[in-house]
Design a protein around this ligand. Structure first.
Ligand code: GUN
Ligand code: FE
Length: 446
């Protein structure tokens, strides 16, 4: 197919590209093979050729193409409790709400019901790739994989390892380190056998240090070294969690994760709001990625990730919904929150003299940077050829209808309005790997 579309794509954290009515050629394998811009010598010839082959899709006026969003942290099984009990502290929320809910996924019918609803909702929100925590149950995790594959969403899925009797309830725990690790190995093998295309990929997933025994953390670290696949865990999310690890090991989360071999360029660390400067150096050295979950961090982290300073140091950051520590799977809501909380972290120094000491200088993050996090940042974290609209990358798109034009806008203003005056209703169509996976109505193309 060839799409004729005006599109935005993040380029660097502070720049994005905009092209009007370009021709975006997608091959049968779902890769963007060529983009021809208006007013180039080849434009008309390409337009005619695409028309003749009857495979030209022309976006209707007022519609724009954006890269699909990439959710770097999502607990699929927690979807039924989205929005519930966010006024409770993390440990309380885990023990009274989350663990009882996750334990229900030994029932495959329940898993099917929830996962089907979540994946439909994620695609309708423009999320084309997600990194998921499942539960401890391989059967339910495999069901999640089937549902993602069927719906056409690119998914990285982890079978959750948690075997520490001190921090997990009797009714929801891996019975031993042996079981936690063997189960992980079986899950990885099954996913790799069943989905050779790579649309679905397995992830090594120690829930977080408190919920795992040392044996499990060590052996999963060994597995991470052997297999070189994605690793996901929570890191320094809250004071309670951070302090627990310090008391148990005399070290921080990042130090311990590194010592277990769980940090490398394939690791995605959720939250990371309580990092020390030494922790930041470790994460940079290991080239791991931080999943910034700005909605969730307000509730359970009671803090704002120093996104700007981490990125300025060269640490890779993407965006996560943390369903259900965050209450919405929408990455639009999360990128809005990322910008909003950065304004709160920021102090008055930029605007007012003398300086008033109520925040941190240079904390502000721009709308463009938040757009970058939701796209390029996530793709880099997962090492996938996606996140931007460029030749050679996967054709993961969302077609978004702009709000009514009440005055003329520059391209930058148009992008900001698309991202901030967003409703789900405005996402008209979603493509993953060149395949239409969600369509709201038919009037988005001519
Ligand atoms: N830490 C350990 N498990 C969880 C979880 O399910 N959600 C969040 N936000 N933090 C966690
Ligand atoms: Fe989480």
């Amino acid at each position: 197919i060839t799409l004729k579309a005006s599109y935005f794509s993040a380029y660097t954290p502070e720049t994005s590209s905009f092209h009007e009515n370009s021709l975006i050629e997608v091959n049968d394998c779902g890769y963007i093979t060529k983009i021809v811009h208006q007013a180039t010598p080849e434009y008309n010839a390409h337009l005619t050729a695409a028309q003749q082959h009857d495979q030209l899709i022309i976006l209707a006026p007022g519609h724009f193409l954006l890269p699909g969003f990439i959710d770097l942290h999502n607990h699929a099984p927690q979807w039924p409790q989205a929005g519930i009990a966010l006024d409770r502290p993390l440990a309380d929320w885990l023990n009274h709400y989350t663990f009882p809910l996750e334990a229900r996924y030994k029932n495959l019918d329940f898993a099917t019901l929830v996962y089907h609803d979540l994946i439909t909702e994620m695609l309708a929100n423009g999320t084309t790739t997600a990194l998921y925590f499942g539960t401890i149950h391989n059967a339910a995790n495999l069901r999640l994989a089937e549902i993602c594959a069927q719906a056409g969403q690119r998914a990285f899925i982890g079978s959750v390892a948690m075997d520490n009797p001190q921090q997990t309830p009797d009714y929801y725990r891996d019975a031993s380190a042996e079981i936690a690790v063997t189960k992980t190995q079986i899950f990885i093998q099954t996913i790799q056998d069943n989905y050779p295309s790579g649309l679905i990929q397995p992830v090594i997933t120690p829930r977080f240090i408190p919920s795992c025994t040392t044996a499990t953390l060590q052996r999963l670290g060994q597995l991470a070294k052997e297999l070189q696949i994605t690793v996901q865990t929570h890191c320094s999310e809250s004071d309670w969690e951070h302090d627990y690890v310090r008391e148990r090991f005399g070290h921080t989360d990042a130090e311990m994760l590194q010592s277990f071999g769980l940090l490398n360029q394939h690791a995605v660390l959720a939250h990371a709001t309580q990092l020390t400067t030494e922790d930041q150096t470790i994460i940079k050295t290991e080239q791991s990625t931080i999943a910034h979950c700005p909605l969730s961090n307000a509730y359970f982290g009671n803090s704002v990730l120093p996104t700007r300073s981490l990125m300025d140091q060269g640490i890779q950051v993407g965006l996560g919904s943390d369903i259900a520590g965050g209450y919405t799977p929408s990455l639009y809501a999360n990128l809005q929150q990322a910008v909003t909380v950065s304004q709160i972290r920021q102090d008055g120094i930029d605007d007012r003299l003398p300086a008033i000491e109520r925040g941190v200088p240079n904390s502000r993050i721009s709308v463009k940077r938040a757009f970058y996090l939701a796209t390029v940042g996530g793709a880099a974290g997962l090492d996938i050829q996606a996140g931007a609209i460029e030749p050679g990358l996967l054709a993961d798109f969302q077609v978004v209808k702009a709000p009514p034009h009440l005055m003329s806008l520059t391209p930058d203003e148009q992008l900001e309005q698309l991202l901030f005056r967003h409703t789900k209703q405005q996402i008209k169509a979603v493509y993953v790997q060149g395949k239409l996976v969600h369509e709201k109505e038919h009037n988005w193309y001519e």
